[in-house]
Write a protein that binds this ligand. Structure first.
Ligand code: ADP
Ligand code: MG
Length: 287
């Protein structure tokens, strides 16, 4: 098996997929803010990502669909190096980091990873708030300690985003006293307080009680419509349909189909996408 592993780290040339065209909120002439090229990941003998590439322009929302285990989380986590890809390159807002499977690069690469992480805010399925910190403390922790932001400034920015997600009055509350939907909205405000160039969401509503999904999707749809740049892994087809400029269907670690939601969701061409969506509908998940 091991001879099949392509561990070359030669810089890959980023090629646009034919369906990758700037979305409606993108300013004319804008360059992509995120380019991920040929992202490849092996976990032992498990070839989890098989050269997945994506291009996102500033102001776009793109959604990634795909069945459980297809590699969506690993792909998203590779974009900010929570997973170290085996091959491929990520460029966010001009900061370029390549795979380094043999750990031959040193601290300078770590510094670029830090720069990438400051540009790519992540919202997880499980909120990941610090239980011992209040809402406002949760929001300012990273801006102050990672970005070196002045505390007062960070609090002012956090309050602005807490107001945006409708939770300013919970400013001094602790996460345990909030509903799941409120916690996820705090997690979104926390990510926004870092003032990232791109927001990455990994199934942000999958852990929620169904009655609380709507309030989180509403916040995300508002962010999409005001021109935030977002990559959203989701099973919420209505959200993807309404908010996404493009949809990527991931199958076995590669993007099997890319296109506008009206095409990929309503009239999928690839048999793998067709099969997923038809099963999805029979399971009754489409509202
Ligand atoms: P998805 O998010 O689409 O459900 P994942 O990216 O979580 O898929 O997982 C893709 C594959 O990678 C699965 O086979 C999973 O078991 C494997 N995998 C994910 N994380 C790890 C890990 N840390 N170690 C080993 N295998 C992993
Ligand atoms: Mg996942």
């Amino acid at each position: 098996m091991s001879d099949m592993k392509n561990l070359s780290t030669t810089p890959a040339v980023h090629a646009l997929h034919p369906a990758e065209k700037p979305g409606i909120l993108v300013k004319p002439g804008a360059e992509p803010v995120l380019k991920a090229t040929n992202i490849t990941k092996w976990f032992g003998e498990n070839h989890v990502l098989r050269g997945a590439s994506i291009t996102v322009w500033p102001g776009e929302t793109v959604c990634i669909l795909g069945r459980s285990g297809s590699g969506k989380s690993t792909f998203l986590r590779s974009l900010n190096f929570l997973e170290d890809p085996t091959d491929g390159t990520v460029e966010i807002d001009g900061v370029i980091v390549g795979a380094d499977p043999f750990h031959t690069e040193g601290g300078e690469r770590q510094e670029r990873i830090r720069e990438v992480r400051m540009r790519a805010g992540m919202v997880f399925q499980e909120f990941n708030l610090f239980p011992h910190l209040s809402v406002i403390e949760n929001c300012v922790e990273a801006p102050v300690h990672v970005k070196g932001m002045d505390r007062k400034e960070a609090e002012a920015i956090a309050e602005k985003y807490l107001a945006k997600v409708g939770l300013l009055e919970k400013r001094d509350e602790y996460p345990s006293r909030l509903s799941g939907g409120q916690r996820q909205r705090v997690a979104i405000a926390r990510a926004l307080t870092m003032q990232p160039k791109v927001l990455l969401f990994d199934e942000p509503t999958s852990a929620l009680d169904p009655t609380l999904v709507g309030e989180v999707l509403k916040v995300m749809a508002d962010l999409a419509h005001e021109g935030r740049t977002m990559i959203v892994v989701t099973h919420e087809m209505d959200f993807a349909h309404e908010a996404a400029d493009r949809v990527y269907y991931m199958d076995k670690g590669e993007f099997a189909e890319v296109g506008p939601p009206e095409q990929v969701i309503d009239e999928p061409k690839d048999p793998r996408t067709k099969e997923f969506l038809s099963r999805f509908r029979t399971l009754g998940s489409k509202k």
